[in-house]
Design a protein around this ligand. Structure first.
Ligand code: C5P
Length: 258
């Protein structure tokens, strides 16, 4: 029988390292890894968390989402690598020079060096948000007015464009929504795709705009799913993660549509 696969990285979005360490102990056997993001990074969480993850041999995704001038971002990557994360994140919108210099830093880190993942477009942003931040030109806004499908396609293309750039700059993969995973797979089987914005059937979307189901993300080729609230806010987080793992394995067992 095929061994069960673990593809879920649990987002440790909790206020204190103590709660996070408890979650690691509770969920490590069912999780592919754990993501430490800005909430915990701004506290005193790195020493207890990196220790807890090291002890459990869990993947440690250090989600700093760097976005700065190339020199600063590259040095942040160099220092972040000293925590021995499995993966680090930065924003692709920081530009090609920033990504390339940061990728050099990641490659120069001690083995096993951290993977560098580029956040393409936050899954909490939809077309209208990007219009407001000026990232979508007004002529495009006018041409696509009232056409939701075309707006989704425009966002998918923007994500693909940023992912291509990230790959060209030497990144190991990207963070994107499940809505874009099928398209991103054209960048090759070895380019990692990590999907946040994943919701088991029946869960609330919360502040996420570009969401998809576990089944959709896995069938389209996501390597890992980053999931927070549907696990953390469940009455029994362990059972919630097990149910998601069952959905993952069912999706992996289904034959691919051609
Ligand atoms: O609770 P939820 O499952 O929505 O959490 C998603 C996690 O994924 C959060 O920790 C958030 O910081 C992260 N995220 C990300 N990249 C995005 C969107 C969300 O890493 N594009």
């Amino acid at each position: 029988m095929r061994p069960l696969e673990k593809r879920v990285i649990v987002a440790l979005d909790v206020p204190t390292p103590t709660e996070a360490v408890q979650l690691i102990a509770q969920l490590a056997s069912e999780a592919a890894g754990f993501k430490v993001g800005l909430e915990l990074l701004m506290g005193n969480g790195l020493i207890p968390l990196s220790t807890a993850l090291y002890i459990r041999a869990s993947r440690f995704m250090l989600d700093g989402k760097f976005h700065d001038i190339p020199n600063t971002a590259a040095k942040a990557v160099r220092n972040a690598a000293s925590w021995h994360p499995w993966a680090l994140t930065l924003h692709c919108s920081g530009g090609p020079e920033m990504m390339a210099l940061a990728a050099d830093s990641a490659r120069q880190a001690a083995e096993p060096r951290p993977l560098l993942l580029g956040v393409t477009v936050l899954t909490s942003l939809g077309f209208d948000n990007l219009v407001k931040t000026g990232e979508i030109p007004l002529e495009v806004v006018t041409a696509l007015a009232g056409n939701d499908e075309a707006k989704e396609a425009y966002l998918r293309d923007l994500v693909l464009q940023r992912a291509r750039l990230a790959k060209g700059c030497g990144l190991d993969g990207v963070v994107a929504s499940p809505k874009e995973t099928a398209l991103l797979r054209e960048l090759g089987p070895d380019f990692l795709i990590v999907n946040p914005g994943v919701r088991p059937a029946g869960s609330a979307a919360d502040d996420q705009k570009r969401v998809g189901t576990v089944t959709q993300a896995i069938r389209d080729g996501a390597d890992y799913l980053v999931i927070g609230r549907p696990i953390l806010q469940a009455a029994d987080p362990g059972a919630a993660l097990q149910a998601i793992n069952a959905e993952v394995n069912e999706a992996l067992a289904q034959p691919k549509e051609t």
